[in-house]
Design a protein around this ligand. Sequence first.
Ligand code: HEC
Ligand code: HEC
Length: 374
Amino acid sequence: MKHYFLLFFVAMALVPACKDDDGPQPPADGVDLTDIPYSPTAYQLELPPGFPSMNIPADNPLTEQGIDLGRHLFFDPILSVDSTISCASCHDPKFSFTDGKAFSTGVDGQIGTRSSMAIINAAFFENGLFWDGRAASLEDQALQPVENPIEMAESWDNVEKKLRRHPLYQKKFREAFGIKNSKEITRDLAAKAIAQFERILISANSKFDKKFYQNDPDPFLFSDLETDGYFIYFDDLSNSQVAGHCAHCHDGGPLLTSDDYFNNGIEDVATLDDFPDPGRGAVTGKRSDNGKFRAPTLRNIALTAPYMHDGRFQTLEEVVDHYNSGGHFVENVNAQSIQPLHLSEYDKQALIAFLNTFTDTNFVNNPLFQNPFE
Ligand code: HEC
Ligand code: HEC
């Protein structure tokens, strides 16, 4: 008897899982959704102390229902051609929304040429998204991975078809945007919902925040090592023998990025025409921007190895060794901050200890940011 059961389970395991493309086709004139209530609830955004205001597009206000839809889309492989890859495949909450790899893997195991970026406080970045800044807004960005041939390799026409015939999404698009018919599900609404979800991915609960923005009364919150690292990061030469110049490009405000583009000297090139990846230069067309990349936020940096746009450094020790060495010079390197730093072993450990105070585990474990299908 047992054997029959076993055979049955083996047989079941061989039946391919039902793909979203299969199943009954909806009527040509779509499905009427007006029976489903539409009463969106405005999301109460709380800006943490010290944060700038958030510019939210007037045509995409945050609602509980929009964020919920966006979260489902973000974690759903339905956006990819073979239902294997979701946004979260490359942006996993446990790695602060990166993937822990030098180069991300898209459909069919294809490998890209850049490292995934943390999605953290991204709503506050107003000088372009991606390493090279080529996307102007979160809405604009969210449209791109689906049709990227080495990421999700799907067409938006087809994603719209799949979403329109999916009862869960018929309901959720109705609740979020008040559409009356499943045919009104569009890529633009999907991008809006994803952008809403990304806008609430706010991190403000690290030791660094507690010390500098939440008036934590504990005088021993920072160890001596962390405090010495702080002096190095901010070039506080009245308290430290050495300056790290880090704040010039990564800033010291709560966003931990200047939101600007630099060449930080990682590439050994003879001239500005020789960068394997021209970065910002390919977007602006300016030769002087070749080899520049966005100085990314250092929030949760301990969770997002490997480092740089191509994941070339495995550890923060390697990153600090790079800056300590002075890197490689070409004419668009900022020679005042990219130069030998003369850090001792202790200084390096102090700097890394300070970088570790940017870790916000409340953010990565926030139940509202996890996969809604699990
Ligand atoms: C196959 C892996 C992969 C998938 C799938 C993917 N991304 Fe990304 N994401 C990346 C990589 C790599 C970058 C950096 C690319 C670059 O700079 O050219 C990036 C960058 C981003 C950024 C920019 C962050 C910043 O601070 O500038 C956002 C936002 C983002 N992705 C959101 C999404 C969303 C939303 C989806 C799903 C619709 C998605 N990603 C799907 C790999 C992926
Ligand atoms: C001249 C500007 C500049 C200075 C000074 C600078 N950085 Fe950077 N940093 C950048 C840029 C630009 C990148 C991204 C480069 C790339 O990916 O090609 C970066 C990347 C990083 C990364 C990897 C981020 C990631 O998500 O992969 C870390 C960590 C980092 N910097 C730490 C530091 C520290 C620590 C200091 C001080 C010792 C410092 N930086 C000084 C501009 C700068």
